[in-house]
Design a protein around this ligand. Sequence first.
Ligand SMILES: [Zn+2]
Ligand SMILES: [Zn+2]
Length: 298
Amino acid sequence: MIEQDVSFKNYPTFMQVATACVFWMVHLTCFFVLWVGVSWIAVLICLALYGIRMFAITGGYHRYFSHRSFQTSRSFQFVLALLGCTSAQKGPIWWASHHRHHHKYSDTEYDVHSPKISGLYYAHMGWVLSKQYKHTETALVQDLTKFPELQFLGHLYMLPPILLATATYYLGVGLDNTFPALQTSGPQMLVWGFFVSTVLLYHGTFCINSFTHLIGRQRFHTGDDSCNHWLLALITLGEGWHNNHHRYPGSERQGMYWWEIDITHYGLVALSKLGIVWDLRSYPQIIYAEAASNRLAS
Ligand SMILES: [Zn+2]
Ligand SMILES: [Zn+2]
């Protein structure tokens, strides 16, 4: 069990300070939009990279690596891991280990990121910067540590984001040379396509750890503070149906009904039609019956 450190008893290590500096520098770099300007193509790439990488986090890091709620090939498993890694949220094994820990100890004193126990800032992003959670709790992820390629990404987790940042820069340079009417440039595409997109992605993902345990409605009595919220579900491609998810984490879909928009689920269904993923697990009938009974009782 990892114990939580919210005190100032332990001095930060060099790596902890360096990680915090990089984290805040990524945020501050967004202000360069004032110098590089804006173009519709840069905003489009920013939103596209947000959507693709959010899908890799929700469909890959969360629903696949953390909960194994569907099956896929080893090669597509690596694609999900690599895309998720470009989000600058470390490797899939680290991510899954802390997420499984969260489900095990939700909103108790052992929870990695409970706003009820540790406050909103710590649950949202303070825990990411804490040296307490630098290491992976390997006992919780033995099904993942057997893959050397996932271990490799865990060691070199900074490489995919750096490669993506470089690619966005050269995309801007290429577009500027080929289609000058687009009025973009390497620096503009780097700032919008990588830095702004990554910061939005950070806080979209962090909302799941913080706000979905603070605002919204509870359909199920899960014993924690997890809630469902439609707006958080839209921002996070379906993860806002968090109370449903805490009731039955093994389901690939998190929205239970057609009106609970779950874009990650639609994407995974499309991939299953193409034969890229399969064995998508859903909520069993007993969970729907429980939801109906709770609705009648309320
Ligand atoms: Zn939760
Ligand atoms: Zn989960």
